[in-house]
Design a protein around this ligand. Structure first.
Ligand code: DX5
Ligand code: ZN
Length: 227
């Protein structure tokens, strides 16, 4: 998977009245994964989707469903989200007491296990469990809402994450989430990210399919570190 790029449109920014149509559009544009932001109104000040949404999307596509849980006690959702058809289950370390146990439980249930680091979250959380990770998500905004601006400090954190994964020869996706656009995707890729969440950039555009293609093109043009 050398220099492979994954684009994961976030349905948080989709027009929910036309969700099936919007999903078809991004899949037609070559979207690799669908990103689903689960928020509980406690870990972040917003409330969004649950297992019902994952099951609905699963009826629309066989592509990986990349679930990002911004919730307290993510362990409560491992079983129902696996049953609903989630592929990647990513949670925040501050939200649970036994991070490594939950990573194991996610994998036991047949999903890929991801850990998400907020802009202010110490990087050591990832270092402690690097061998248990299928995905490391670097947040480039403080989570809760779509349409925020990319925080430039994320670029350096992505570089540290790439160095960590390389040092451990980890087979692990390195994802970036928040403010990814035509303007920011290149820098994130050059820093070492290989998987890109994009909400507003894709669904806020007049042509979501074309935007997915354009993000991939910009990413390829920027070139990235070999992964
Ligand atoms: C932010 C979410 C993101 C969000 C990204 O809390 O985790 O996945 O949908 O949206 P954009 O790409 O608009 O910043
Ligand atoms: Zn997200």
């Amino acid at each position: 998977m050398k220099n492979e790029i994954r684009i994961a449109p976030s349905i948080l920014s989709a027009d929910l009245v036309r969700l099936a149509e919007q999903v078809e559009q991004v899949l037609a544009g070559g979207a690799d994964w669908l990103h689903v932001d689960v928020m509980d109104g406690r870990f972040v000040p917003n409330l969004t989707f649950g297992a019902g949404m994952i099951a609905a999307l699963r009826k629309l596509t066989d592509k990986p469903i990349d679930v990002h849980l911004m919730v307290v006690e993510p362990e409560q959702y491992i079983e129902p989200f696996a049953a609903a058809g989630a592929s990647v289950f990513t949670f925040h370390p501050e939200a649970t007491i036994h991070v490594q146990r939950q990573l194991d439980a996610v994998k036991q249930r047949g999903m890929m296990a991801g850990l998400a680091l907020n802009p202010g979250t110490p990087f050591t959380y990832a270092e402690e469990v690097v061998k248990d990770l299928d995905l490391l998500l670097i947040m480039s905004v403080n989570p809760g809402f779509g349409g925020q601006s990319y925080l430039p400090a994320a670029t350096e954190k992505i570089q540290r994450a790439r160095a960590l994964l390389t040092a451990h020869r980890a087979r692990c996706f390195l994802e970036v989430d928040g403010g990814i656009s035509r303007q920011t995707i290149g820098a994130a890729h050059q820093a070492g990210a290989d998987t890109f969440v994009a909400g507003n950039a894709v669904f806020g555009s007049a042509d979501p399919a074309r935007e997915v293609q354009e993000l991939r093109r910009r990413c390829r043009d920027a070139g990235g570190v070999p992964v």
